[in-house]
Ligand binder design. Structure first.
Ligand code: 2M8
Length: 441
């Protein structure tokens, strides 16, 4: 079948990007292990080589910090084609950082429990799968505890991202105002490598934005990556609806895992009630008029009213009531979310009606496969079969017609950014196989 052929092609890309202990997101642009990329890739690999999925997740968690943080990058010592380098980060200034491997000093969304559950479900040997769950469960719980404490000292049941890179949606207009507010100083000269390793550098973040990314990194470094000590005076603190709802979804998978391996669920249940109780209050300020979710800027003390894919992703978590989900799904029919006006009916990274919308620019318009995979599963969970199918068909069409790109122009379907991109390949496989594992509630 054509689709099986496409899935096989995707699995070859994953095999090519596999370095023995982890999968690089792409050969050119991203030569290290990235945290949420690894989880998405592990999900796809469960259909072809589940042992690779286990090695991938365990390699990432082998670099977990003593305080529980899972770093967003685990460096591949042999690779020199990415900036910021391990030396630039110098994250071992923190006594929490591991000593046997170099990592970045910040984190990314917690989607690894989702991957762990997929590994269990798709593993041919349940005994081996349970052994893996027993090894990984305490590490996952420690990571989630880190997020619920260090990244939520306010106890709002909402995760603070302290750098756009922590959101995974780096260049989204969500961060624009907060970045503009920064008083940037003392940045040494640095050489960006992303601009050399991509076919069209104008699709990457501009220099002023990159200076701000580096400034925030250096601010963390000045504080030895001690996010507790720096928190009060730190200049960029955003409560993220996507990071928070993904933690909630991951916790739901942790509850399933705890049942399988007979672990205590008390703490997880407590986190879940804290997140759920506050979620709409924190992230949905214009209910009942507007059902979309918006991040909250702790420093400006206001919501960031930009309509982006992050306004929709919480549908994956199962947090919205059915009635609320109905209203979100109705909005997906609107042209601003590519209801009818685009090449494929998938959710663009930024609404077509926002002034920042740019069809080719990194997280500011194009369609990304990972967030659409989350929305696809969320739609399935609520029973919106037809809309879910449109998204799946969109992913298949994009890959079939244009190749395995990092992101795609929503209006033309053209692929941009890195080629042979791992999570595009991995999540396409999962969508084609569609074993229905992604139900989080
Ligand atoms: C992009 O982020 C990195 C920084 O972490 C970069 O632009 O250099 C984002 O798309 C992020 O979500 C992703 O994890 C990473 C690797 O694919 O690339």
């Amino acid at each position: 079948m054509v689709l099986d052929g496409l899935a096989d092609k995707a699995s070859k890309i994953l095999a090519e990007n596999w370095l023995g202990h982890f999968t690089i997101p792409s050969p050119s642009l991203y030569p290290h292990q990235w945290s949420w990329d690894s989880a998405f890739t592990a999900i796809g690999n469960t259909h072809y080589d589940v042992s690779r999925s286990i090695v991938e997740i365990e390699h990432l968690f082998d670099a977990q910090w003593k305080n529980g943080m899972v770093p967003h990058i685990v460096f591949n010592e042999k690779a020199t084609s990415y900036f910021p380098s391990p030396t630039f980060y110098d994250s071992q200034k923190s006594s929490d950082a591991p000593r046997h491997v170099k990592t970045s000093g910040m984190t990314q969304p917690s989607v690894h429990a989702i991957a762990a559950y997929h590994i269990y479900q798709n593993h041919p040997d349940q005994k081996e799968a349970k052994e893996f769950l027993k090894r990984i469960f305490p590490k996952l719980e420690k990571f989630h505890e880190y997020l619920m404490t260090v990244r939520d000292p306010e106890r709002m049941g909402a995760i603070t991202v302290m750098h756009p890179w922590e959101s995974g949606m780096d260049n989204s207009p969500i961060w624009d105002e907060a970045l503009k507010r920064l008083v940037v100083s003392d940045i040494p000269e640095y050489q960006r490598k992303d601009l050399i390793n991509v076919s069209d550098p104008s699709q990457r973040p501009d220099h002023a934005t990159y200076d701000r990314f580096i400034f925030l990194l250096l601010t963390m470094k000045k504080h030895d990556y001690n996010h507790i000590d720096m928190y009060d005076d730190y200049p960029f603190k955003i409560k993220s609806s996507t990071s928070t709802s993904l933690l909630y979804a991951s916790n739901n998978f942790m509850l399933k895992i705890a049942d399988i391996i007979d672990e205590d669920k008390t703490r997880i249940l407590d986190w879940q009630s804290r997140i759920k109780k506050n979620f709409d209050k924190t992230f949905c300020p214009n209910l009942p008029k507007d059902p979309l979710y918006y991040d909250y800027d702790l420093i400006a003390e206001e919501h960031i009213l930009k309509q982006t894919v992050g306004s929709i992703t919480p549908i994956y978590s199962g947090i919205p009531s059915k009635e609320h989900a109905d209203r979100i799904v109705n909005m997906l029919g609107d042209s601003k979310f590519c209801g009818t006006s685009c090449h494929v009916q998938m959710v663009p990274s930024t609404s077509l009606h926002e002034k920042e919308y740019t069809p080719q620019l990194y997280w500011r318009g194009p369609v990304w496969i990972n967030v659409n995979w989350l929305i696809w599963r969320g739609l399935q969970n609520y029973g919106y079969k037809e809309k879910a199918e449109q998204i799946k068909e969109g992913v298949i069409e994009l890959v079939k017609e244009h190749g395995f790109y990092e992101y795609y122009d929503a209006t033309t379907g053209e692929g941009y950014g890195a080629q042979n991109f791992s999570w595009t390949a991995a999540l396409l496989i999962d969508m084609i196989k569609d074993l229905g594992v992604g139900t989080s509630s």
